[in-house]
Design a protein around this ligand. Structure first.
Ligand SMILES: *[C@@H]1O[C@H](CO)[C@@H](O)[C@H](O)[C@H]1NC(C)=O
Ligand SMILES: *[C@@H]1O[C@H](CO)[C@@H](O)[C@H](O)[C@H]1NC(C)=O
Ligand SMILES: *[C@@H]1O[C@H](CO)[C@@H](O)[C@H](O)[C@H]1NC(C)=O
Length: 272
C-alpha cells in the first residue's frame, strides 16, 4: 500500500513503506495559491479556445469558394516510393564502378523433338516448345555474383512491337519447367544433338512464368518471385556453365530468341 509522505521527511531511516520510490506529495501548498492557479488555468483555456475559433474563422474567410479539383488534391499527395534508396544506391554503384547484375544470353539454344528423336536441329534462335518438343539451353558466365536464377522474360507488348519481336503461345505459360542437365565435358557437342543424344535430366530446378514482365510487375504478390522457391536458382560465382532442358507440359510456345533489345526468351539472371 502506498503512503503519502512529506518530501522533507523522506529519509533512509524511515519506515520501509516510506522510501523515495513511493509516490509522494506535499501538502504545503496553501489553498490561496491553488485558487489562483485554477483561475489562471481557466483564463488560459478560454483564450486558447478563442484563438482557435478566430483561426478557423479567418481560414474560411481567407480561402473562400474555389473547391479543389481532384487533380489538385492528387498533386498534393506525396508519392510513395517503393524503394526510396534504390536510385541513390544505383548512383553510388555507378560512382564506385561496382558491377551491376546482368542478364546473360544463352550460348546455345537447341531443339530436341521426341517425335523425331534422331533429328539434329542445330543451335539457333528458333524456340519451339510443345508436348513433344523441349529446348536445351546452355549458358556460360564468369559472374561476380554468387547466385543466378533462370527467368522467362517477356518485355512489355509495346516494346516487343517496336523491336519487331513476337511470340505465339497456347495453354498455360505460367509454369514452364527447367531441368538441370549434366554438362558434357565438351559443351560444343550440345550444338548438334538430337532427342536421343541429349544429356540426361538430373533434377527439376524449378519453373518460370513466361508472361509479360509488365503485368507481373503490377501484381504485388509476385514481387520478388525470383528469390522465392521454386525459382530455378544456381550457384554461379566465377566461371560457370549451366545446361538446362526447358519443358512445357500442356502448352505450346514459339518465338525467336535473338540478342537484341527488348529481351524475349529464357534468360540467366545474376542475383545481386
Ligand atoms: C573470371 O573473372 C575473374 C575476375 O574478373 C578473372 O580473374 C578470371 O580470369 C575470369 N575467368 C575466365 C575463365 O574468364
Ligand atoms: C546441375 O548439375 C550439375 C552437374 O552437371 C551440378 O554440378 C550442379 O550442382 C547442378 N545444379 C543444381 C542447381 O542442382
Ligand atoms: C504468372 O504471371 C501472371 C501475370 O503475368 C500471374 O497472373 C500469374 O499468377 C503468375 N503465375 C505464377 C505461377 O506465378
Amino acid at each position: 500500500m502506498a503512503e503519502y509522505t512529506r518530501l522533507t521527511s523522506a529519509s533512509p531511516d524511515d519506515d520501509e513503506m516510506q522510501t523515495k520510490s513511493q509516490p509522494t506529495v506535499t501538502d504545503e501548498i496553501s489553498p490561496r495559491y491553488v485558487l489562483l492557479f485554477s483561475v489562471l488555468m481557466a483564463l488560459m483555456a478560454i483564450s486558447a479556445a478563442a484563438a482557435f475559433h478566430m483561426n478557423v474563422l479567418s481560414a474560411t474567410w481567407k480561402e473562400p469558394q474555389a473547391l479543389l479539383r481532384p487533380k489538385d488534391i492528387e498533386d498534393t499527395f506525396r508519392m510513395a516510393q517503393p524503394s526510396p534508396n534504390l536510385d541513390q544506391g544505383h548512383a553510388t554503384m555507378r560512382k564506385m564502378k561496382f558491377k551491376f547484375p546482368r542478364m546473360v544470353f544463352p550460348m546455345f539454344i537447341v531443339r530436341a523433338n521426341a517425335a523425331a528423336p534422331d533429328t539434329v536441329y542445330q543451335s539457333g534462335p528458333s524456340v519451339v516448345l510443345s508436348q513433344s518438343d523441349s529446348m536445351i539451353y546452355h549458358w556460360r558466365t564468369n559472374s561476380s555474383w554468387p547466385k543466378c536464377y533462370l527467368a522467362g522474360w517477356v518485355s512489355a507488348s509495346k516494346d516487343l512491337i517496336a523491336g519487331h519481336k513476337s511470340y505465339t503461345s497456347e495453354g498455360d505459360m505460367t509454369a514452364i519447367e527447367m531441368w538441370n542437365l549434366s554438362t558434357p565435358a565438351n559443351p560444343q557437342v550440345l550444338k548438334t544433338m538430337s532427342w536421343n543424344t541429349r544429356p540426361q535430366r538430373l533434377s527439376l530446378l524449378g519453373t518460370v512464368n513466361f508472361t509479360s514482365r509488365e503485368t507481373q510487375a503490377r501484381l504485388g504478390y509476385l514481387d520478388a518471385q525470383e528469390i522465392k522457391a521454386p525459382t530455378p536458382r544456381v550457384d554461379c560465382l566465377g566461371d560457370t556453365e549451366i545446361t538446362v532442358e526447358v519443358v512445357c507440359k500442356g502448352c505450346r510456345l514459339e518465338f525467336e530468341q535473338v540478342f537484341s533489345m527488348p529481351p524475349l526468351g529464357f534468360e540467366l539472371m545474376q542475383l545481386a
